[in-house]
Design a protein. Structure first.
Length: 145
C-alpha cells in the first residue's frame, strides 16, 4: 500500500443524499479513498462518470431513470476500466446475476456491516471481485467465471 495519497478515486451514485453522505464519511475516514463525485440519478451518473473516469463507481440498483443496472451496462460498455460495485438492498440471487451480467465487479448489501465496504473496495482495487457473504460462495464463483 502507498503511504501517501488515495488508493482509488471513488464515485458515489445513490438517489438518497443521506446514503451518499454516509458513504463519503466512511470512505474519507479511511484516508485511502478519494470521493471524486456524487450523482443522484442514472443520467447524472453516466455524464459524471464519463467525465471523471473514477476507478470505482459505487451505485445502487434502484435509482431514477435509468436504473443502476442500465447505467452499469452502458458504463461497462463505454468505460470497461471503471470497476462497478453495487450497494443495494436487493438480496436475491436473480439481482446479483443481473448485476454481474451488467458488468459489476462487486455486489454488497446495504444491510452488510460497513467494514465490508472497505473490504470490497480493497478486493476491487486489487483486481478481484467481491460478493456479500450473504450469498452462496459457489454461486458467486460461477457468476464471475
Amino acid at each position: 500500500m502507498r503511504n501517501s495519497g488515495p488508493i482509488a478515486r471513488i464515485m458515489l451514485s445513490d438517489d438518497h443524499p443521506f446514503v451518499r453522505r454516509g458513504l463519503r464519511n466512511i470512505l474519507e475516514s479511511t484516508h485511502q479513498y478519494e470521493v471524486c463525485g456524487e450523482a443522484c440519478d442514472g443520467i447524472e451518473t453516466l455524464e459524471l462518470a464519463k467525465s471523471l473516469r473514477p476507478d470505482i463507481l459505487i451505485i445502487d440498483i434502484s435509482m431514477p431513470s435509468p436504473n443502476g443496472l442500465e447505467v452499469a451496462k452502458e458504463l461497462h460498455d463505454s468505460l470497461p476500466e471503471v470497476k462497478i460495485l453495487f450497494l443495494t438492498m436487493h438480496d436475491s440471487a436473480e439481482m446479483l446475476q443481473a448485476a454481474v451480467a451488467a458488468g459489476a465487479s462487486g455486489y454488497l448489501l446495504k444491510s452488510d456491516d460497513e467494514k465490508l465496504l472497505v473490504n470490497a473496495l480493497q478486493y476491487l482495487t486489487a483486481g478481484h471481485h467481491f460478493v456479500s457473504p450473504s450469498f452462496d460462495l459457489d454461486l458467486a464463483h460461477q457468476l464471475f467465471q
